[in-house]
Design a protein around this ligand. Structure first.
Ligand SMILES: *Cc1c(COP(=O)(O)O)cnc(C)c1O
Length: 391
């Protein structure tokens, strides 16, 4: 294992003590191989490891990706980039979001590549470099807004885009756009996406015609790659697919590619007790036993990122390969499950919250469906208190 994956706390005893995440290095490699098989010659993956690698653990994931030959990564902000560098990650780290001018020194100190979020932002980078007498250049990828209307200079603003090329302290290593409806196949959304793709390439063509060299082009994320594979360009910014699923259960099931989930979330059973019929449990006494019931307390709660909306039977956990319904309200640090039908369940047993046990599997997509969101949100909110182990 490289130094990139040794967390400061790695010598704490018993990583699997309370609640923890197990990462399958094999599943990650499988997904990387699968995604790479979709790329044309010369195109590379630039995985999104933002938000703690979608909750998986940024250094563990990026460290393993580096071992698999990945040379470019996407982070959300400069502080994430800094963490990756300090954890030993080499190559390009593209900051997809905004970096405040007060943090501009981080960009050069940690060799981070900044997104130009619009023309005024490019000017502020240039002004900072000028004022501070910077002798090096900021490495940037120019964002081009083709219809997402979030970040990037508008593709129509050719003059501004040209002006960015003239800024002496900006080294333009890439140009990119982001598609906003590449995940659906409705005719309107396909039209919109093709219009975005056309606008991007038209803009690049015009810039090249004016003599500006445009390296490092990219426009696809996971859904983009799956639905618009003809437009891979130089990099593909895959996030969710790399972690082994798509955003919803339906999309994941409909997808013909055999992605494998990388993450398993587990927690310990801390105590099991028997309730008599009519006895209730938990905050608000939301659960009442209808039969003599065995209720297990698990050492994980909503502060670990498990949505409280999964309370009262809206999820199951797996113990010894058998499903146990969540009962009562999920607490900040603990939750309850009904293990009446699982005689093996006892203090010290392991409950699988996300993952496989026996013939059963609970996915992040299942939890997302139960709480009206997408798997990306479920995963990225998994908390810092969870220990993470790469297997
Ligand atoms: C998060 C993000 C990605 C990755 O998206 P997935 O859908 O998870 O593949 C790609 N590009 C940008 C700009 C992003 O913000």
């Amino acid at each position: 294992m490289s130094s990139a994956v040794s967390a400061k706390t790695s010598n704490l005893p018993a990583l699997q003590a309370r609640a923890w995440i197990e990462l399958s290095g094999e599943a990650l490699k499988h997904n990387v191989d699968l995604l790479r098989s979709l790329l044309p010659e010369g195109c590379e993956l630039m995985p999104a490891v933002k938000a703690n690698a979608y909750g998986h653990g940024d250094l563990l994931i990026a460290g393993r990706l580096q071992e698999l030959g990945i040379k470019a990564f996407c982070a959300a902000c400069a502080e994430e980039g800094l963490r990756l560098r300090e954890g030993g990650i080499k190559g390009t780290i593209l900051i997809l979001g905004y970096t405040h001018p007060e943090q501009f020194p981080l960009l050069t100190d940690y060799q981070l590549t900044q997104t130009v979020v619009d023309f005024p932002y490019a000017s502020s980078l240039e002004a900072y470099a000028e004022a501070s007498g910077m002798t090096s250049k900021f490495h940037v990828h120019v964002g081009i807004d083709t219809g997402m209307h979030r970040l990037g200079e508008r593709y129509e603003h050719l003059e501004e885009l040209c002006a960015i090329f003239h800024m002496p302290h900006l080294q333009i290593d890439g140009l990119y756009t982001h598609l906003c409806v590449a995940d659906t196949r409705s005719p309107e959304d396909q039209d919109y996406t093709h219009a975005q793709i056309r606008a991007f390439y038209e803009t690049i063509r015009k810039l090249e015609a004016l003599g500006y060299h445009c390296p490092g082009l990219h426009l696809l994320s996971s859904y983009g790659l799956l639905n618009y594979p003809d437009f891979c360009a130089d990099y593909v910014r895959t996030g969710i697919a790399l972690y082994g699923m798509l955003s919803t259960k339906k999309d994941t099931e409909d997808c013909s590619l055999p992605f494998r989930p990388v993450l398993t979330l587990k927690a310990r059973v801390s105590s099991v007790r028997t309730l008599l019929p009519g006895e209730s449990a938990g905050y608000g006494l939301m659960f009442t036993a209808k039969r003599p019931s065995r209720i297990a307390a698990l050492s994980i709660g909503y502060a670990d990122g498990l949505p409280r909306a999964l309370s009262c039977g809206r999820a199951h956990v797996l113990i010894d390969g058998q499903p146990a319904p969540v009962v009562g309200r999920i607490c900040m640090d603990q939750m309850l499950a009904d293990v009446t039908d699982i005689p093996e369940a006892a203090a010290g047993s392991i409950a699988v919250i996300i993952g496989r046990s026996g013939d059963h599997e609970i996915t992040a997509c299942d939890l997302a469906e139960q709480t009206d969101t997408i798997a990306n949100e479920i995963l990225s909110r998994l908390g810092g208190r969870l220990r993470r182990i790469l297997l």
